[in-house]
Design a protein around this ligand. Structure first.
Ligand SMILES: Nc1ncnc2c1ncn2[C@@H]1O[C@H](COP(=O)(O)OP(=O)(O)OP(=O)(O)O)[C@@H](O)[C@H]1O
Length: 458
């Protein structure tokens, strides 16, 4: 990290001297202010690259200054320093826009790493902002897609990867959160190390701790041998924690300590272990909603929420659905040794009209199913699974409905066709030529069919 200009706001002279000493080897230029007044003057004179802010100052509360700094254009990152035991104050400060916090007393290494992290993140943000309009890409590090929202995702992943900053991925199920984590790992200097993925939703709650931190033999019934756990397996690499909102609050506390200190205690062990891990976390829930509901620790949320990446649902990616479908078709056809080379117009219309609640995973599965069950040059609408046709009418609305009875569950093609047409017409606001274009048929076909259905409609 190149030299930076730091403003150190601390009223205890001996501490200010100590912190300067801690940071001596980093080559930063440090300006010291012992009151809010002096800090304001220094900020007005020349904004620093980062501020280290003690909250209790002789002429007022540091939180006020934090708010002023945050309100200015291009605010520098602020690291808040609080007295031991006042973590709730630190959380208030994070909510007010602090970039990180240090609980006093802290060792030299913590200060050095924290300052390096906030400077790196600030540099990253500047870079993301200036990279605004690069040439759009049709794919990136395993991702396929050219939608504008995906360009933003690519840029953030690309810029975040080289750093050690925690990446927090949100998005509906199947939008590519794990793929994003893999991309961060692959493009990082840790790519030679392990990428370890842990899906907390797939593990029984009482085993999550041992899956992450490992256990020693005899730690609990069934622990017949020592087990290293994901934190150790990912040493020197990347640990991807998926659905981390599934962890109970006590375990979230342990995870927070692990992230802060790099050390953890395996279940049943007495001594802590240290590892060097980069974190990527993901959830398909709204993390702030989870915080509000008391299921996700606020301090952990702020600690993880360093580089947020929001993956858009597939239905908001426009023509990406076709780009993806083409790629999946080529891959599945090659794997299954089938002739499929393209989609028929009616299949394309269906792919565009469906809402894809299961996102890219649902699309991938739908195409694989079609390829496995059929063989032809073209995938037609009729070959796509009934769930895709279901976009026109939810399965619950289908007649009958005993799940075990295929005769009731498989709907006649004519009915499916009619629903697809009516849905297309509805989506096009009643514009028949437009709906026909999307469906890949002539307008006269639609007029003819709808006339034939006549009075049965509505
Ligand atoms: N843009 C994309 N391009 C190509 N393949 C993709 C893309 N997005 C997702 N996939 C593929 O879709 C499948 C689901 O993706 P992934 O597992 O990353 O989703 P997820 O968001 O982590 O899902 P979940 O929340 O259910 O864990 C994977 O096979 C992945 O490779």
């Amino acid at each position: 990290m190149p030299q930076a200009r730091l403003l150190l706001v601390e009223d205890t002279l001996s501490l200010a001297t100590l912190y300067r000493e801690y940071l001596r080897g980093e080559g930063h230029a440090i300006q010291h202010a012992s009151t809010l007044g002096a800090a304001r003057e220094a900020l007005a004179e020349r904004p620093p690259d980062a501020v280290l802010l003690d909250l209790r100052l002789p002429d007022g509360d540091g939180l006020g200054l934090l708010a002023e700094i945050r309100a200015a254009p291009n605010p520098p990152p602020v690291v808040v320093m609080t007295a031991h035991g006042s973590v709730s104050v630190a959380v208030d400060a994070m909510r007010a826009g602090a970039s990180d916090f240090l609980v006093k007393p802290f060792p030299a290494e913590r200060l050095v790493v924290t300052v390096a992290n906030v400077l790196e993140r600030a540099a990253l943000r500047r870079e993301v902002a200036t990279l605004a309009a690069g040439a759009p890409r049709g794919g990136f590090a395993g991702f396929i897609g050219a939608a504008p929202a995906m360009q933003t995702v690519y840029r953030i992943l690309e810029n975040a990867a080289p750093s050690r900053a925690t990446v927090f991925v949100t998005g509906e199920s199947g939008t590519g959160k794990e793929l994003a984590a893999e991309a961060v790992h692959a493009l990082s200097p840790r790519s030679g190390g392990a990428f370890v993925a842990l899906n907390c939703a797939a593990i029984p709650k009482d085993l999550i701790e041992s899956e992450i931190f490992g256990h020693v033999r005899g730690a609990f019934t069934g622990a017949v041998a020592d087990r290293p756990g994901a934190a150790r397996a990912a040493d020197g690499g990347t640990l991807f924690l998926d659905e981390l909102c599934e962890m109970d609050l006590a375990l979230q506390g342990k995870l927070l300590r692990f992230i802060q200190t790099g050390s953890f205690v395996p279940v049943g062990a007495s001594k802590p272990l240290r590892t060097d891990v980069r974190f990527v976390c993901a959830t398909n829930r709204d993390p702030l909603e989870e915080v509000r509901a008391g299921r996700f620790r606020e301090d952990l949320y702020y600690r993880l929420h360093v580089v947020p990446v929001a993956l858009p649902p597939l239905r908001e990616r426009g023509e990406d659905v076709i780009l993806l479908a083409d790629a999946f078709l080529a891959r599945s056809a090659a794997e299954e040794g089938k002739r499929f080379a393209r989609f028929a117009p009616d299949a394309l219309a269906l792919l565009r009209a469906h809402r894809w609640p299961g996102n890219v995973r649902e699309l991938e599965n739908a195409i694989r199913t079609a390829v496995v069950l059929h063989d032809a040059e073209e995938v037609t609408a009729a070959m796509l699974p009934v769930t895709v046709h279901g976009g026109a009418a939810p399965p619950a609305a289908a007649p009958g409905g005993r799940a075990s009875d295929p005769a009731r569950r498989i709907r006649p093609l004519a009915e499916v066709e009619r629903e697809a047409i009516e849905e297309a017409v509805r989506l096009c606001g009643g514009n028949i030529p437009k709906a026909a274009a999307f469906l890949g048929v002539s307008p006269s076909t639609l007029y003819r069919k709808r006339e034939a259905w006549g009075g049965q409609r509505g």
